[in-house]
Write a protein that binds this ligand. Structure first.
Ligand SMILES: [Mg+2]
Length: 267
């Protein structure tokens, strides 16, 4: 299913394509929310607050998902704020991030190991149609950019494990320790400067708020990917609603209909 939201979006003039990574191409980190949210609920419950775990969960979920697409550190900075607001002394946000990553790694390590051993294929751990779509865009000579809120070292490794790094070459961006020097908005500015294209010639794919909003801000066309990461089928309604609010021009659940999608985009 391809859902067109903005009927008169500019077609066919695209000169660069930007992709988010997790949830848009890669499913290696699927389920990260079920690691981050309980960890934060535990930390907030330990402040001695009177709030129930259910109330904390709802509150944490709201800010975690609102900040999704930005670098992980922003979720941890918010956590530190929340701890402080409850009268306790927070840890360094980098320490929270390290702790989160350790917990997440427990969950994703078997997937990466299975990919390396060949017992899982890259297709099984990507949004359906990922490799075909990237190959088609690459064949058309369009420079493809990858920008992720996940740390750059992991993005590079995971893109390689999924065999999609070949399509991006050196144009892979991710979070760095000096977090103020990276954002998706900065990557977009860099694309426009490097290639000399105008904002309307930028096409972007993402399952998060940030990349859609920033693409629309410069006048680009944004494909919202409401992927169901667990079943790899259909549309995730929760994501779809957020992508609509962010300004997505088109909504897809995956890239199974990559030919129709490219026709629609005039590519
Ligand atoms: Mg994402």
């Amino acid at each position: 299913m391809i859902e067109v939201i903005r009927q008169d979006f500019p077609r066919g003039e695209f000169r660069a394509v930007l992709f988010d990574f997790d949830g848009t191409l890669s499913l290696i980190r699927r389920g990260w929310q079920d690691v981050m949210i309980p960890m934060m609920v535990d930390i907030l419950a330990a402040t001695g607050t009177q709030e129930s775990r259910e109330a904390l969960h709802a509150h944490v979920e709201e800010f975690v998902m609102r900040l999704n697409g930005k670098q992980t550190i922003y979720q941890m900075l918010q956590l530190a704020e929340e701890v402080r607001a409850r009268g306790a002394t927070p840890c360094d946000p980098l320490e929270y991030k390290r702790r989160y990553h350790e917990l997440l790694w427990e969950r994703i390590r078997p997937r990466v190991a299975a990919l390396e051993a060949g017992t899982l294929t890259p297709e099984e751990l990507t949004v359906p149609g990922t490799h075909r779509l990237l190959a088609r865009l690459h064949q058309r000579g369009l420079p493809l950019y990858l920008a992720s809120g996940t740390d750059l070292v992991y993005v590079r490794k995971e893109a390689h494990a999924l065999d999609v790094d070949q399509f991006f070459g050196p144009r892979i961006y991710g979070a760095v320790d000096n977090y103020r020097t990276f954002s998706k908005a900065l990557v977009i500015q860099r694309i426009l400067q490097e290639t000399g294209i105008s904002g309307s010639q930028l096409l972007a794919f993402g399952d998060g708020f940030v990349e859609i909003e920033e693409t629309r801000r410069v006048g680009g066309v944004a494909v919202g990917v409401a992927s169901n990461e667990e079943t790899r089928q259909g549309i995730n309604e929760w994501k779809r609603n957020r992508l609509l609010r962010a300004g997505a021009d088109i909504i897809v659940g995956d890239y199974r209909q990559e030919q129709e999608l490219l026709d629609l985009l005039g590519l």
